[in-house]
Design a binder for this molecule. Structure first.
Ligand code: B3K
Ligand code: ZN
Length: 876
């Protein structure tokens, strides 16, 4: 907590550390409220200068400092709230510092803290400085030897990074373990866990024949819920060997699941720590989405072993070096394991819902930011998801083979180093010979580019098709002027029967081409185009842009039914629907009746009846664009109009094709035992999508239909689908469903989050009072990030129409939460504040209310750096 104005850190101010650490030895004497830490560092001056040694340290009790064994007097060092400075040091010396910490009082969940009865750590980004005094920056890499001493009965399991080299008994019922990690690493990858934990064990043999012991540690009783996580881990390890030629580099890999965790998981070297919701699931408790996320996150953290741990970031501005690249890798993994088309659709949906608004709002920043106040605020959709898109574009430009050559060169050059995004791009460029100079602008320029089709002319006589594209990126927060980017766009020209026409571009004949849009305006001339084509541009979403093709509704309907590129087939439906919804919003605002476009309704019917479509894809194609996606397209967001228009279109599709949806529902049942496979998940998704339409077709019948569906459900996916739909219909039936679910699952917090979330997304006008009441319910716990995200997060992010209630009640509620939570857990508090920053997109009445909620937060004394940064930037 702070009273002084926090200062921003600038990328331009980067300087290399003045000292290097050749190794560090840590000793922990664990007690919940009084843990003693003894850290011995072996330091060496990097150049011949006389620089001070500046160590980070926060909320530590300092006992003693020794240089080469000799204790320093108080006048021989300077200590502030955040830094410990030592002067007049020799060129090479041993530094031993002893300090105390209080894990039980650590509610920020950064550093060493308690989660239920165990000890665990979270050091990224700057948590290590809450454990001991250290140069807590990623470019200080060293090897760690860790001794943990603790009460044996309550902490039979003692874990840290690397190999367990020694164990033994101590007096007073205590015991110890010594761990040594042979790989040099930055402090943010340090981890320690102690507690009474159950373990699940398996093995993996790497392609070169090394045996690796795999262990997942969980609270007792949860052992049977780790199978899918373990299986995902083994598949990830194999996949990284086959696709990236990357092998695991130790004989042990541990995962620990903890119930109090600020984010998803953490890739600490050989000791990954996970939010338990991304490990624990079985056929009774897990939804298909849960299994999908577990697979993706287990893979993501495992993949960090090379992209993040072996090669890490020089400074935190380079965060996307490891995050964007690792997200790209986990996306590719999930695509290879499941369906690339469906995975791409899900990823783009998420990019549009989270990254596009972020990039258009007050917190907009480039993939490689240039300044920050609190680095924890920069674990964003831009750094992660847009960062992954930037990697994907390089992959598109270079092709798989050259991309892999680039990866190889990157590891050859930089294994064991802390490097920059420039180093990564240089490896890609040097390995492939492809000039990425212009492309690199994607790292430093923020904002989502708009690409418009300015003209598209076909000349039957010459069989030429000329396409003129324009690009423009609007000014974003902190970046007024923009340049043209190098935008790769995959394109196909469809013929009358929906086939990809073979045609020429720049002398190359192909049925699909890659356009390199580099100028503000550029014309591409295709030759040998036999019939007037229908344009399919930005196939597979090759570039993360806003695209306006200006295509007619007939052309969109044609693409919906015929495009060979599944992504664009889906996209045509989304664009078509979004265009209609925008029109319907205008009708709502002028008090007119909605005009329903029958062609669209018919096109949806074609999709519903098409037996050739993969069920998972069909489910995606049948879902209307989300309210967030529609609001993304509008300058001024009118939540009520968007909600009403989307509902009207949904009801129209539902009513017109009710019989088809009933048929899908009846015929898409999964037979046999539940398995979290992509095939079964696709069928369940399709069936539940049909169910949503059946409910929409008849509001009176809906509660009984949904209750029956819920009661017949033999798996969590179907039960939750029923619960999330019936939540809109308050009454006896809704109550019966929620009570029943509660009675069965009240002791399983992860499952109960689904129950909290389903209530928070109700479109019923009284939902906020339900949310407030639920905050007093025994399953809710204000100190637990998962509970907060399930209830408060679902309401503020997942319930647009009610969070943005015109009376400002949603905003006031959120401001109260942010203020209360900031005192305990600033990182999570700052994250929740995001939606209020979107005020510029709303009408004047809401703008005033959102700003005053933000102001009320800003006025609080002693605000954390985290919340201060988000709120002050949001008010500009
Ligand atoms: N690297 C961690 C995120 C740490 C967040 C710190 N505020 C998880 C991941 O991206 O894999
Ligand atoms: Zn990551």
């Amino acid at each position: 907590m702070r009273v002084d104005q926090p200062v921003a850190i600038q990328l331009a101010d980067y300087t290399a550390p003045a000292f290097s650490v050749s190794r560090v030895e840590l000793e922990f004497d664990l007690e919940p409220e009084f843990t003693l830490v003894t850290a011995t560092q072996y330091l060496k001056r990097c150049d011949g200068g006389n620089d001070d040694l500046v160590l980070h340290g926060e909320e530590l009790g300092l006992n003693s400092i020794r240089v080469n064994g000799r204790e320093l007097r108080e006048d021989q060092f300077t200590l502030t709230d955040e830094l410990l400075t030592l002067s007049d040091l020799p060129d090479e010396f041993t530094l031993t510092i002893q300090n105390t910490i209080n894990p039980a009082a650590n509610t920020r969940l950064e550093g060493l803290y308690r989660s239920s009865t165990m000890y665990c750590t979270q050091c990224e980004a700057e948590g290590f400085r809450r454990i001991t005094y250290f140069m807590d920056r990623p470019d200080v890499m060293t090897t760690y030897k860790v001794t943990i001493r603790a009460d044996k009965e309550t902490n039979p399991v003692l874990l840290s990074n690397g190999n367990n080299i020694e164990n033994g008994e101590l007096e007073g019922g205590r015991h110890y373990a010594v761990w040594e990690d042979p790989h040099a690493k930055p402090s943010y990858l340090f981890a320690l866990v102690a507690g009474d934990l159950a373990k699940v064990e398996d093995t993996f043999t790497t392609k070169s024949g090394q045996d690796v012991t795999l262990r997942i540690f969980v609270e007792h009783g949860n052992e049977t819920r780790c199978d899918y996580a373990m299986d995902s881990l083994k598949r990830s390890m194999r996949w990284d060997e086959t696709r990236f030629d990357l092998e695991y580099d130790l004989n042990i890999f541990n995962i620990v699941a903890v119930s109090d965790f600020n984010m998803g998981a953490m890739e600490n070297k050989s000791l990954n720590i996970f939010n338990d919701k991304y490990i624990l699931a079985d056929e009774k408790t897990g939804t298909d989405t849960d299994f999908d996320l577990i697979e993706g996150i287990v893979a993501h953290e495992y993949f960090h072993n090379w992209t993040g741990n072996r090669v890490t970031c020089r400074d935190w501005f380079q965060l996307s070096l490891k995050e964007g690249l690792t997200v790209f890798r986990d996306q590719e993994f999930s695509g290879d394991q499941r369906s690339h088309a469906v995975k791409r659709i899900e990823d783009v949906r998420m990019l549009r819902a989270r990254q596009f608004p972020e990039d258009a709002g007050p917190l907009s920043h480039p993939v490689r930011p240039e300044s920050y106040i609190e680095i924890n605020n920069f674990y964003t959709a831009t750094v992660y998801e847009k960062g992954a898109e930037v990697i994907r574009m390089m992959h598109t430009l270079l092709g798989e083979e050259n991309f892999q050559k680039g990866m190889k060169l990157y590891f050859e050059r930089h294994d064991g180093q802390a490097v920059t995004c420039d180093d990564f791009v240089a490896a890609m460029q040097d390995a492939s010979g492809f000039d990425l100079t212009h492309f690199k602008l994607w790292y430093s320029q923020s904002g989502t580019p708009n690409v418009d089709v300015k003209s598209a002319d076909y000349d039957q006589e010459t069989q030429r098709y000329s396409l003129t594209l324009r690009q423009e990126t609007k000014p974003t927060a902190g970046q007024a002027s923009k340049q043209s980017l190098h935008i790769p766009l995959r394109v196909g020209l469809l013929g009358e029967a929906g086939e990809d026409q073979k045609c020429y571009l720049d002398g190359v004949e192909a049925s699909e081409h890659l356009l390199h849009l580099k100028e503000e305006e550029q014309t591409f001339v295709f030759g040998n185009v036999v019939t007037k084509p229908v344009l399919s541009l930005n196939r597979g979403f090759t570039a993360p842009i806003h695209l306006k093709t200006g295509q007619s509704q007939a052309e969109m309907a044609f693409l919906m039914g015929n495009d060979h590129d599944s992504f664009n087939r889906w996209e045509a439906g989304q664009q078509y629907a979004a265009e209609l919804l925008t029109k319907m919003v205008a009708e709502y605002q002028t008090g007119k009746d909605f005009s329903i476009d029958n062609d669209f309704v018919a096109a949806m019917g074609h999709i519903a009846r098409n037996e050739d479509l993969e069920p998972a894809f069909k489910a995606c194609a049948l879902k209307l664009p989300s309210e967030e996606f529609v609001s993304e397209q509008m300058d001024l967001i009118d939540v009520d109009a968007i909600h009403a228009a989307r509902e009207a279109l949904r009801v129209a599709v539902a009513t017109a094709h009710r019989a088809v949806f009933e048929e899908i529902y009846d015929h898409s049942t999964v037979h046999g035992v539940f398995e979290p496979t992509a095939e079964q998940a696709g069928l369940r998704d399709l069936r539940n999508t049909a169910l949503a339409y059946m409910a929409a077709a008849d509001a009176n019948e809906a509660p009984a239909l949904l209750k029956a569906h819920y009661e017949a459900a033999d798996n969590m996916t179907d039960a939750v689908a029923g619960m999330r739909l019936i939540t809109d219909y308050p009454g006896e039936m809704k109550k019966a469903v929620f009570d029943h679910f509660h009675d069965i699952w009240k002791d399983n917090a992860i499952v109960m989050d689904k129950w909290l979330g389903a209530q928070a997304i109700s479109s019923h006008p009284d939902v906020l009072s339900d949310v407030k009441t639920l905050m007093d319910h025994p399953v809710f716990n204000f100190n637990n990030p998962n509970r907060l995200r399930a209830l408060v997060g679902s309401f503020c992010i997942g319930n647009m129409v009610r969070f943005h209630a015109a009376d400002g009640s949603g905003y006031n509620f959120l401001a109260d939460i942010i203020i209360r939570l900031d005192k305990m857990n600033p990182q999570v508090s700052a994250r929740l504040a995001g939606p209020l920053g979107q005020w510029k997109r709303f009408d004047e009445g809401r703008q005033i209310k959102m700003k005053s909620a933000l102001q009320r937060v800003a006025d609080v004394d002693g605000l954390s750096r985290d919340v201060f940064e988000v709120v002050s930037k949001s008010l500009v």
